[in-house]
Design a protein around this ligand. Sequence first.
Ligand code: HSE
Length: 296
Amino acid sequence: MIRVKVPATSANLGPGFDSMGLALGLYNEIEIEETEGGIEIVQEGFDYKNNSPERNLVYRAMKTVFDECGKSPNGLKIKIESNIPATRGLGSSAACIIGGMVGANAMYGLLGPSDILSLASKMERHPDNVTPCLMGGFTVSYFDGKKVTYSKIPLGEEISLAVVYPDSKLSTGKARTTLPYKVPHRDAAYNAAHSALLVSAIAGKRYNLLTEAMQDKLHQPYRIKMIPDMEEIFKIYKDAGAYGCYLSGSGPTLAAIIATKDKESFSREVCEKLSDKNYNFDIFGFDNMGTYVKKL
Ligand code: HSE
């Protein structure tokens, strides 16, 4: 039996479109057993959907690794416990892909972390969620179509991530249809400067820089029409004392980096101001270990 514990992730962080992400202390767990034949998938928890193996992302990711290794088991029983809300911008698909690939690789042990990152980025189409999902911490990564180059900074316990998300879903594919084909050069320069500022602020723990460093001109201004309360919630976050806030991945989750010591007062203020709206609210610490696999 193989057990995989795989973290939720939050990508983009404002200016780091398709490149930055961080891992959260919220996990899906996957158990894999080799059987005599057939594929049995048991899924429980958040957004449970009883998909056929061909449509199940964990199994499809496992199959990619089996094909890459040229090996395959007779049969499989896969149990998935989903705690990560799906299609909300919290890395649920990256968790399925990385969880499936790491689990499949544990059966034959042929691929290294960089192979897994490349296969996962190819499947997910961008590396911003899959890299922190596998490695933990805050990561910046780039996928050139063949390999992922990344850098990781572990995150301290003095900061946490607050998230507000609606019950409605928004797929990344749909959220990408709002993005323009071309952007003005000055907007590209703005994001280059803000991305560099963000990495420097996180590395140096200069969290007061995050309000400015998390500003973006490449995707958030275009996606705002699909996220009706974005500006209002950002204002609520700022008034409650957040260091910085951003659209998590392609949304609809809205995230804020806050001081862990202010968690209670921050929650109280945000929940009070959103009490007449139908949103879910949570605060997570960060995961610095990434995906954990155990052979039992
Ligand atoms: N970076 C992606 C996007 C989402 O903003 O469309 C997460 O992979």
